[in-house]
Design a protein around this ligand. Structure first.
Ligand SMILES: *Cc1c(COP(=O)(O)O)cnc(C)c1O
Length: 412
């Protein structure tokens, strides 16, 4: 990770200036973007990198002897290096480019899944995103495994005693989110990893919501796999990362076959390329990989401790103001929580609130947030979710509350 000395002092105004998408009006109102849990806006350096790549450097990688191909290859591989350093992976070949979090989880389910057999168990939690549920269900069906679910309490926290009860020598993988996209709960990954390892299990961490909010150190977390999406961390869509421990990745069979993932192909027998290429079949999202590196470089220039504090202040402030409304129910009140506020209002459908907020230029998410089992647990159809990034401001929160009050007065 970058040293503190290289970071600029945290200044929201300066940061906002770097995000052109934030400087626009929606229905004649200044945009307030509180849907960062769904995707993040992009800083100018990332937009410039996309433009630069396609206007000048565009070429296929790992193949050509010509100048552009080599340049694109170098930039793509430099980006891998930046990501390796950012998440503190031990080796470069432990960083696999994917299409995103969903793709990374599916890769592990398919490939690591091949090493499992009848009766083995996989543990997930009750707060998982559909993309950390469905691939495991599919695998369990295919290989005759058992899927177990760690229950949560009403605050939206994992019940650790129940987790411990589920762990056994049959457990082969624990797949759990670092931060819940719906509740904002931060799960105690390191502790969960140690408990998983104690029974000989591996652990996969869904980092889709943590990579942009917390400093990530995969060694410190003691995880075996860590997955995230580029688009939630100020980079492009269609690119993401799977981190996996080298010895584990080495033992796993390829996920997809094609170009780049092979060493030698004959009709009789094909041998596979080394890591990380073994898991990267076909022409990848080259621009995406390069620009994700740019996003990580950008993120490295931000004082993450100050950014975290700012985001937490925004969420606490919003929650405090929302709490004063009659009929308000905050969903997710974990002790360890990040910058997400999910809520329901008695007698008002979340969709109606979202629609009226939109007319006032405010982007929030409404619905089940790809966590239907979690909605069932709370016995609600969905929530309104405001999710903050470090470029949001207290003023925006205040405007949001005013707009919210107007909206519910219209709906009552
Ligand atoms: C967004 C999200 C995903 C899925 O990410 P994609 O980019 O859609 O693949 C998975 N888990 C969590 C917690 C998320 O927030």
């Amino acid at each position: 990770m970058m040293t503190e000395g290289q970071k600029k002092p945290f200044n929201v105004r300066e940061i906002r200036d770097e995000f052109p998408a934030l400087r626009q009006q929606i229905y004649g109102k200044n945009l307030i973007y509180f849907d960062n849990g769904a995707t993040s806006q992009k800083p100018q350096v990332v937009l410039d990198a996309i433009n630069r790549y396609y206007s000048k450097d565009n070429a296929n990688i790992h193949r050509g002897v010509h100048h552009l191909s080599q340049k694109a290859t170098t930039e793509y591989e430099e980006s891998r290096k930046l990501i390796q350093q950012y998440i503190n992976a031990r080796k470069l070949d432990e960083v696999i480019f994917t299409k995103g979090t969903t793709d990374g989880i599916n890769l592990v389910a398919s490939s690591f899944g091949e090493l499992l057999s009848t009766g083995d168990e996989i543990i997930i939690s009750a707060m998982e995103h559909h993309s950390n549920i469905v691939p495991w269900q599919m695998l369990c069906e295919r290989k005759n495994l058992k899927l177990r679910v760690i229950p949560i309490n009403k605050k939206g926290e994992i019940i650790m005693e129940e987790y411990e009860k589920l762990l056994s020598s049959k457990t082969k993988l624990v797949a759990v989110t670092h931060i819940s996209n719906t509740l904002g709960t931060v799960n105690p990954i390191k502790e969960m990893a140690q408990k998983a390892h104690a029974v000989g299990s591996r652990i996969l961490v869904d980092g889709a919501q943590s990579i942009q909010h917390l400093p990530i150190d995969v060694l410190e977390l003691e995880c075996d796999f860590f997955v995230f999406s580029g688009h939630k961390v100020f980079g492009p869509t269609g690119i993401g990362v799977l981190y996996g421990k080298e010895d584990l990745l080495d033992r796993m069979p390829p996920y997809q076959g094609g170009g780049d993932m092979i060493a030698k192909v004959t009709f009789e027998k094909t041998t596979y390329n080394d890591l990380p290429f073994k898991f990267e079949a076909g022409t990848p999202h080259i621009a995406g990989g390069i620009c994700l590196g740019e996003a990580v470089r950008y993120l490295s220039s931000i004082d993450m401790q100050a950014a975290m504090k700012h985001e937490k202040d925004l969420a606490d402030y919003a929650q405090h103001l929302l709490d004063t409304f009659e009929g308000m129910q905050i969903i997710g009140e974990a002790k360890q929580k990040t910058s997400v506020v999910s809520f329901v209002m008695e007698g008002i459908h979340p969709f109606d609130i979202g629609t009226l907020l939109d007319k006032q230029g405010i982007a929030v998410r409404t619905g089940h947030h790809c966590t239907q089992p979690l909605m069932d647990f709370f016995n609600i159809p969905g929530t309104v979710r405001a999710s903050f990034a470090f470029y949001n401001t207290r003023q925006e929160v205040e405007y949001f509350i005013e707009a919210f009050e107007k909206s519910i007065n219209m709906l009552k």
